[in-house]
Design a protein around this ligand. Structure first.
Ligand code: PXG
Length: 444
């Protein structure tokens, strides 16, 4: 791999940096550092190439080291490095909003910008509650998430989120939140290809919550169309449709958190297009800039935006925003990224590889420890049986061995998640599942 820029040597002391979502002491005793990346591969500090099976953290959809993005970012910094986000604008952010909303179905035609998926979620939840208030239904404040949901790590996101470890350390969280059941069932759906048959009825659990609280107190339901972080849970056939129908019946906003599913992961621009369902609000991040510059966004339907556009012209309609909302450099990166997605037809490419990907993933069926394989678009989840009393240990062992063998995978609990850059070719798919298969065969 050509190394275009000099990389720093590994620092002698790794102590000062408190690493996020990482076993710090274990890592620092045995560090794993990437020093460069190009295309489908990372390069490690000890000079090995590692095939990227996870697009970084589900974000580098157009592959690593894209010149076009680098050039756009450099040019933007030299032209306009920063413009105040409040009461001022710059061309790039309007252009980006136009382009992105044109990719979304229906009247999801207004974009609010943030700097991460977590901030997109907070913004979406605040917009949902404020929307009802500006329409004169200010009692609609309750939020409904789902067990095992991941909506980032800020207080709103962990409140509606359903991953216990992400919640239990942090106090009382938001009040007025309920959770739908998750949709995972090994009993009914193990080794399903694509969307599982069983489970649409789980959406009906929204009904008793409405009966309990009354619709007049409920603002929104938020779900990941495909749950990623918790370990790849594919929505059962008909489930999302049913959720949409119940929300419609009671005037509850439906929020799709597309931080992972956005920008081609399922072989279409967004999950809303893939499933043919129109939510009221969509959150994105990650692939919006190919992971190069932090950015997130919230898309809302016309009626939501319109509801705020009342009162005197000089009144600020939404008291919310970030110093770096629509940052010029992030916008330049996002525009260059969208250009690559389109020019290279990467979503179509992903779509064309889906069957091959599915077959490769399911070819691991029958190997020791594997209790489920699930897939959709270019996502796969492989669930391993836990070692009794040591949850997560087997998949972490698998992760380390794959890394040693030149493959980057993601592990959450005892589930392995794969979500490669969309530029991959069949030989990368072969290599990924061959390596993973041989590693799993050797796991104790
Ligand atoms: N919503 C969803 C659905 C996500 O997947 C966030 C919000 C938060 O985004 P930020 O940009 O604030 O991290 C995410 C993030 C993993 C993994 O390995 C997943 C995420 C982040 C890090 C790791 O599954 N998802």
């Amino acid at each position: 791999m050509q190394n275009l820029t000099p990389t720093q040597p590994t620092p002698a002391d790794l102590q000062a940096y408190w690493m996020p979502f990482t076993a710090n002491r274990q890592f620092k005793a045995n560090p794993r550092l990437f020093v460069s990346a190009k295309g489908m591969h990372y390069k490690t500090a000890d000079g090995r190439e590692v095939l990227d099976g996870t697009a970084g953290l589900w974000c580098v959809n157009a592959g690593h080291g894209r010149q076009e993005i680098a050039k756009a970012v450099q040019a933007q910094i030299l032209t306009l490095d920063y413009a105040p986000a409040f009461q001022m604008g710059h061309p790039g952010v309007f252009e980006l909003a136009n382009q992105l909303t044109a990719m979304l179905p229906g009247d999801l035609n207004h974009a609010f910008f943030t700097n991460s998926g977590s901030e997109a979620v907070e913004s979406a939840l605040k917009i949902a509650i404020a929307y009802h208030r500006v329409r004169g239904e200010g009692t609609r404040q309750r939020l409904i998430g789902r067990e095992r949901g991941y909506h980032g790590v800020n207080f709103g996101g962990i409140s509606v989120g359903g991953i216990a470890a992400n919640r239990k350390f942090f106090g009382s969280l938001l009040t007025g939140v309920d959770h739908l059941p998750h949709t995972h069932s090994l009993e009914h759906n193990a080794f399903s290809r694509g969307q599982p048959q069983w489970g649409a009825h789980l959406a009906d659990d929204l009904e008793p919550l409405v009966a309990l609280h009354d619709a007049s107190n409920i603002a929104a339901v938020i779900v990941e169309p495909v749950a990623g972080s918790t370990g790849v849970l594919i929505p059962p056939l008909g489930y999302l449709e049913r959720l949409r129908a119940i929300c419609d019946r009671y005037g509850i906003l439906l929020i799709f958190d597309e931080v992972i599913t956005g920008f081609g992961r399922l072989g279409s621009s967004f999950a809303t297009e893939y499933f043919g369902i129109l939510p009221d609000i969509v959150t994105v991040a990650k692939g919006i800039t190919n992971g190069t510059v932090p950015m997130g966004a919230v898309f809302v339907r016309q009626g939501i935006y319109d509801a705020f556009m009342h009162g005197p012209d000089n009144a600020i309609e939404l008291f919310h925003g970030y110093t770096y909302s629509g940052h010029p450099v992030a916008c330049a990166a996002a525009l260059a990224t969208q250009e690559i997605y389109q020019r290279e037809g990467l979503f179509e490419h992903a779509q064309a590889l889906t069957d091959y990907w599915e077959n490769a993933a399911h070819s691991l069926k029958g190997l020791p420890h594997i209790i489920d394989i699930r897939n959709l678009g270019l996502v796969a989840g492989i669930e391993l049986e836990s070692i009794p009393g040591k949850p997560g240990a087997r998949a972490f062992d698998c992760f380390l061995r794959c890394y040693e063998q030149g493959l980057l995978i993601r592990q959450t609990g005892d589930i392995i998640a794969l979500s490669p850059p969309l530029i991959l070719q069949k030989e990368h798919i072969d290599q990924m599942f061959e390596t993973l298969g041989s590693v799993i065969r050797e796991l104790p």
